[in-house]
Design a protein. Structure first.
Length: 193
C-alpha cells in the first residue's frame, strides 16, 4: 500500500471517529426536577421517576422562591436503560441515621448524595439518598460509618482513623442540624466483609 493510500485511510478513519464522537455529544439528555418539603414524598417521586427511566443526578436542600424549605433532586434519563430504585433517609439523630444507613447498606443500597434541609416536621435534618440497581445479578452490600462533629480538627482525626480501617469517604454536609447544632457530617463506606 502506498503512503498516499495509507494517509487517505488514516484521514478517513479520523473523520469517521470525529463524526461518531460528535454524534455522541449531540445526544439529547432529558432532566426531571423534583422538589418537596416532605422527605416521604420525595422518595415516592424518585421511585416514580426511576420507573420512567430516570436516574439520580444531584440533591440540595434549601429555600426555593415558591416552595420555601425544600429538598430539590435532579434526575436524568438513564441512557443505559437500567432500572434503579431509591431509598431516602432523613434523621435528626446521629444514632438513627447510622442504623438506617446500615440497614440500607445490608440491602445493597449505595450512597448517592446528601444534604441538610429544614423539613416541615423534623426541623433541620440530614437527608441521604441511596440507590441500587433493580434485578442486579449480584447484591453488593456496604458497611456505612457516619461521623458528626462541630470541630473540623476532630473530623480530621476521625476520618484518618476510618481511612485506616478501609472506609472510603462518600459525602459531607455542613450546617445547623438537630444532631448537634452547627456540624460537619461525613459519611463513609466500605464493601461488607
Amino acid at each position: 500500500m502506498s503512503v498516499r493510500n495509507r494517509a487517505a485511510r488514516v484521514f478517513a478513519a479520523v473523520v469517521m471517529a470525529l463524526t461518531l464522537s460528535s454524534a455522541a455529544f449531540a445526544q439529547k439528555i432529558e432532566y426531571q426536577v423534583l422538589s418537596t418539603s416532605r422527605t416521604s414524598t420525595m422518595e415516592k417521586d424518585m421511585q416514580a421517576a426511576a420507573a420512567a427511566g430516570f436516574r439520580f443526578a444531584g440533591v440540595m436542600g434549601g429555600n426555593t422562591a415558591i416552595g420555601g424549605a425544600e429538598v430539590v433532586v435532579i434526575m436524568t434519563k438513564d441512557v443505559e436503560r437500567l432500572a434503579y430504585e431509591y431509598r431516602l433517609l432523613a434523621a435528626n439523630k446521629t444514632s438513627t441515621m447510622q442504623k438506617e444507613l446500615q440497614a440500607a447498606g445490608n440491602a445493597g443500597f449505595a450512597f448517592m448524595g446528601q444534604t441538610v434541609f429544614k423539613s416541615g416536621f423534623g426541623g433541620q435534618e440530614v437527608v441521604v439518598i441511596l440507590e441500587r440497581q433493580k434485578n442486579a445479578k449480584e447484591l453488593v452490600q456496604f458497611e456505612y460509618l457516619l461521623l458528626a462533629t462541630n470541630k473540623t480538627s476532630t473530623m480530621q482525626k476521625e476520618l484518618t482513623q476510618a481511612g485506616e480501617q478501609g472506609f472510603e469517604f462518600v459525602g459531607v454536609t455542613v450546617g445547623k442540624t438537630a444532631m448537634g447544632g452547627d456540624e460537619v457530617v461525613s459519611i463513609l463506606r466500605r464493601k461488607a466483609r
